[in-house]
Structures are given as C-alpha cells and as structure tokens.
Write a protein that binds this ligand. Structure first.
Ligand SMILES: [Zn+2]
Length: 68
C-alpha cells in the first residue's frame, strides 16, 4: 500500500474545507478527509486532508471562541 501525502484543507469551516483543487472535502470521524473528486480524476491519488491548526479536535472549544 502506498503512503499518501497529508495536506491541510483551506477555507475550513469546522466540518468541511477545500482541497488543493477547491473541491469540498469533509473531515471524517478519524480526523482525516479524502477528496473523492480528485481521486476519480487522478490515478493512484492518496492524498489525505486534515483540518487546519486549531481544528484538530472537532467539538472541543477553541481558544478565542470565548471572551470572559
Ligand atoms: Zn479535490
């Protein structure tokens, strides 16, 4: 099995972001997203996407969300 590349999604909203070709990619429960559109266009496409910094733990409070 080939080892894929891991990239960071752009325009991340907390659940979905954009891959390098601007497709919508959803982060799955495992913490990774996979772009099915790129995979169908590119042979042996193995790139996984992760949420940008600050979004690694979906559902958890993010510093800056709350002002006391
Ligand atoms: Zn894509």
């Amino acid at each position: 099995m080939a080892i894929g590349v891991t990239k960071t999604l752009t325009s991340f909203t907390g659940k979905v972001g954009r891959c390098e070709k601007d497709h919508v990619v959803e982060i799955l429960s495992g913490g990774y997203g996979f772009c099915a559109e790129c995979a169908s266009e590119i042979d042996a496409y193995h790139t996984l996407y992760v949420a940008p910094e600050g979004f690694e733990t979906p559902g958890a409070p993010t510093p800056g969300d709350y002002e006391v």
